[in-house]
Design a protein around this ligand. Sequence first.
Ligand SMILES: *Cc1c(COP(=O)(O)O)cnc(C)c1O
Length: 226
Amino acid sequence: MSDIAANLERIRERMKTACERAGRRAGEVELVAVSKTKPAEVIQQAVDAGQLLFGENRVQEVMQKKPLLPACVRWHLIGPLQSNKVRKILPLVEMVEAVDSLDIARDINRIAAELGLHPKVLLEINVATESSKHGFSADAVREQLDALYSLDRLYIQGLMCIPPFDPTPEHSRKYFQQLRTLRDELETQGGAPLPMLSMGMSHDFEVAIEEGATLVRVGTAIFGGR
Ligand SMILES: *Cc1c(COP(=O)(O)O)cnc(C)c1O
């Protein structure tokens, strides 16, 4: 077995155990294998081990790697999207996870209409309101929710966050709880379900699962350091 196959098996096992601890079914949480900076040959090893969903944070990398991998591979863009790249990326990915402003949401909506697409998106929330980070503040997303829901090409499926890095997984818990609470609030405000919560990375995905994650984005623990 390749290292990558062994890592994937271990992570799936840990995901399952975290689900059991939280009284959730294992099928409720999907693993996004974060393959940024890794070449197609390395990603192919994960595909061979049964992993079909990958996350990339740069448009250019998706464009390079997608043609080199089987068509059954699914891609999520997990990094920030600039308006001049929207047209290139929309046909290539299943989901844009990091919609971080009303402006980019409007650009995606307009170009999706031109291309005849209905992209699935998540709204990125700046949970710790760090000035250095992308994403909507909780206040901004509350204020702009109606405007976001008026963008009729977008399937807004939920929220994602990247909390401040802290090597102690427990320290991420309060941010994951905040994201879930905000999701519950926005569902009431908007009258529409927001079933997806993308949260948790290599060091804290188990805590994220305990707090309701439906997508965990794991890179280093699968592919090693970058
Ligand atoms: C790189 C990245 C990850 C994965 O981080 P690891 O610590 O390697 O698991 C998750 N989410 C986003 C948005 C990233 O850019």
